[in-house]
Design a protein around this ligand. Structure first.
Ligand SMILES: Cc1ncc(COP(=O)(O)O)c(C=O)c1O
Length: 380
């Protein structure tokens, strides 16, 4: 019997080694990994530059707390804010924690209570973030939620009428990941931004899944008309080492003053070593161009899947969803048997989240496996 609380429905595969786009299970079977720890290992598994940075830090110092100065934190913060209107960073350890901190920041900053989030959104599982999340299944059984959050319909112009001078913030993912890889339309985001400006409403973008190059720009909002007051990041920031961050504007320095927020582990030297090396690898124009090109190539290939099975192929950069007419659990199992790992996003969507350093051959290999498995399914 397992001593773990059964909060996860796990696949019967234990992964023990990884390199680049591939992982290996206990029995020695290799898999092409298009899960990447759910959009976490954006540099692939054990990228040599990140591995070296972690090894060097391991031999120096593991933890100091935030009682002391950290030039590594300063450097990573500068890398995250360079060339944008965002200027200040708070480091924490996960996406939920970054969002929870952003919630505190908004409350104190605006002194208002109404926060508008969206149906099918996902922002985490703490009490406040369950409230923020627009999916009933996440809240089921936990009673009354934090009352600040109201959910609007994503990509719906009429629902923007809910933005008023009572609103503290409008809070969204530019591409809803867990909700099914739903891309926000730029015309709608423009209208949203206009309303937010009209009523002096803060804009918070949850970039936990879309950030750190996943969609072909450093942050997904850079490809939209949005000008956020806060973004939250995590997943891809540490290449697999747990780290999260709130990134915000100069005005927030008057809100998050000494003693208002904190974290023992946030910005830990190992996390910062992983983050600095990750950003070294990913946050440059050439990488972002390649992510865009690889994403377009993958999308084109996937659009050739049979229409009898596939409803839609969508996404941006290397965050791609394939929506099927039927539930995808049997396809996911068949792909595992064929040596490829993918993750669902809702019952009918397969989400592809490869390493951003994936090669064209690996993309071809993935498409080949997906096509074969689809053909097998048709014949069954
Ligand atoms: C958009 C988004 N926000 C927040 C979270 C929660 O992040 P974490 O699991 O690191 O707490 C996730 C996780 O999937 C996410 O996709």
């Amino acid at each position: 019997m397992s001593a773990l609380l059964p909060t996860y429905l796990r696949h019967d595969i234990e992964l023990v080694a990884g390199n680049g786009s591939f992982v290996q299970d206990k029995a020695g079977k290799n898999y092409l990994d298009f899960v990447m720890g759910i959009a976490v290992c954006n540099t692939g598994h054990r990228h040599p530059h990140v591995e070296q940075a972690l090894q060097e830090q391991l031999q120096k110092l593991w933890h100091t707390s935030n009682l002391f100065m950290s030039s590594k934190q300063e450097r990573v913060a500068a890398m995250l804010t360079e060339n944008s209107h965002l200027s200040h960073v708070f480091f924490c350890n996960s996406g939920t924690e970054a969002n929870e901190g952003a919630f505190k920041l908004i409350r104190k900053w605006t002194q208002k209570k109404e926060i508008l989030t969206f149906s099918q959104s996902f922002h985490g599982r703490t009490f406040a973030m369950m409230g923020a999340t627009g999916q009933d299944k996440i809240k089921a059984g936990f009673g009354e939620m934090v009352p600040d959050f109201k959910h609007l319909t994503f990509n719906d112009f009429d629902s923007l009428e809910m933005i008023t001078n009572q609103t503290a913030a409008v809070w969204l993912e530019v591409i809803q990941g867990e909700g099914g890889v739903i891309v926000a339309e730029n015309a709608w985001l423009e209208a949203l931004m206009e309303k937010a400006r009209q009523y002096d409403v803060k804009v918070v973008i949850d970039e936990v899944q879309t950030g750190i190059g996943r969609t072909g720009s450093r942050f997904a909002f850079e490809q939209t008309p949005l000008k956020p007051d806060i973004i939250t990041v995590a997943k891809g920031l540490g290449s697999g080492f747990p780290v999260g961050a709130i990134i915000t504007t100069p005005e927030a320095t008057a809100v998050f003053t000494p003693g208002t927020h904190g974290s023992t582990f946030g910005g830990n030297p190992l996390a910062m070593a992983a983050a600095e090396a990750t950003l070294d690898v990913l946050l440059n124009e050439q990488q972002m161009k390649q992510v865009q090109q690889k994403g377009l190539y993958l999308m084109q290939q996937l659009k050739q899947l049979p229409e009898t099975m596939v409803v839609d192929v969508r996404g941006r950069g290397l965050m791609i969803g394939i929506e099927f007419h039927e539930p995808v659990s049997s396809l996911i199992t068949a792909l595992q048997q064929a040596g490829m790992l993918v993750v669902s996003a809702g019952p009918n969507v397969i989400r592809l989240l490869p390493s951003l350093c994936v090669t064209e051959q690996e993309l071809d290999l993935a498409v080949g496996k997906i096509k074969t498995v689809c053909q097998q399914e048709v014949m069954m």
